[in-house]
Ligand binder design. Structure first.
Ligand code: MRU
Length: 314
């Protein structure tokens, strides 16, 4: 799939508005860092590496203004790529050049992650994943979905199983869209069906992305990843996290210290903008959960496939 959902064009940042997919491909043309910050908080652009890339260009648009750095940093708290990218641009002499470099590094990292990940899996594999970790979440082929792409290229993929990913449905809307474009065989399941799928159909591998990997390997990723890891462990299906090293945070010792974003309960209480819960329904809507390192069999980065126990100390 040849998609560049965040790219520089004629002095502006072009951002594909993912809130409208799969029905409409509309682009936001951002010429100001505030537009970029708004695109990140409203999730027009999302996925940890792509958030980092967008923020890097946003700070470049502001020519490294510290107020802009602060504003961009306060958009989403969990994905550490955001903070790593902002620090890199802030410390560079040529902000735009640094933003281009970050984007290119992420693209290259994905290819390596795809190859390392695919080498862990035998042929004719059914692989379960969650959220969208593909070309809409990062420059290039993606991380967890990148591994699925490489398996497909190598003729080793039987079927990708995409968890719907409530409440924003990144699996149902975005990963399904990518799989259709690339003719990758797939089916969507409700998040709650993952354990039943493993029991009734069997699966060879489960792989998810990450928003922040703590020093000890505990990993924050889309809400539902922890349940998926528990189900995989109970059914003895290998469970892996795939992420670039820009998602590792050596300054966060364990998952306990990872800030978890909580979003508007309306995301849960409404479907396609219509309230479906009774008026006054209370809700808890965390965007991420933390999977303990003990449940993670492999962490695949562009540097290779690591096994537990993990220590990503500097
Ligand atoms: O809230 P989102 O859609 O930004 O969450 C995305 C995820 O949880 C992804 O798994 C993660 O950012 C990795 S994307 C390569």
């Amino acid at each position: 799939m040849n998609l560049d959902p965040v790219h520089w064009h004629n002095g502006s940042l072009m951002i594909l508005d993912q809130r409208l997919l799969p029905d409409e491909e509309r682009w936001i043309e951002a010429s100001d860092w505030k537009q970029v910050a708004e695109a990140i908080s409203s999730m027009a652009v999302r996925g940890a590496p792509l958030i980092g890339v967008a923020a890097a260009y946003g700070l470049a648009l502001a020519d490294n203004d510290p107020v802009a750095k602060q504003g961009l940093a306060s958009t989403r708290p969990t994905a550490v790529n955001l903070f790593h990218a902002l620090d890199r641009v802030a410390n560079s002499k040529d902000p735009l050049q640094e933003a281009h470099r970050i984007s290119e590094e992420e693209r290259a990292a994905n290819e390596a992650i795809g190859n390392f990940g695919a080498s862990l899996i035998e042929g004719n594999a059914t692989v379960i994943t969650i959220c969208n970790t593909g070309s809409l979440a990062t420059p290039g082929i993606g991380t967890a979905l990148g591994i699925i792409r490489v398996l497909h290229r190598q003729g080793k993929l039987r079927e990708a199983i995409l968890c719907e990913t409530r409440p924003r449905q990144q699996g149902l809307k975005l990963s399904a869209w990518e799989c259709i474009q690339d003719s990758i065989p797939f089916r969507v399941i409700p998040d709650g069906a993952a354990a039943a799928f493993m029991k009734t159909h069997g699966a060879q591998f489960v792989v998810a992305g990450a928003d922040r990997i703590a020093r000890n390997g505990d990993t924050a990723n889309k809400i539902g990843t922890y349940s998926l890891a528990l189900a995989a462990n109970a059914h003895k299906v290998p469970f892996a996290i795939a992420a670039p090293t820009s998602t590792i945070d050596p300054n966060t010792p364990t998952g306990e210290e990872i800030p978890i974003e909580e979003r508007d309960p309306a995301e849960l209480l409404e479907v396609a903008g219509h309230r479906v819960a009774p008026k006054g329904t209370p809700a808890w809507n965390p965007a991420f959960d933390v999977t303990p390192a003990t449940l993670i069999d492999h962490i695949v980065t562009e540097q290779g496939a690591f096994s537990k126990p993990y220590d990503f100390g500097v």
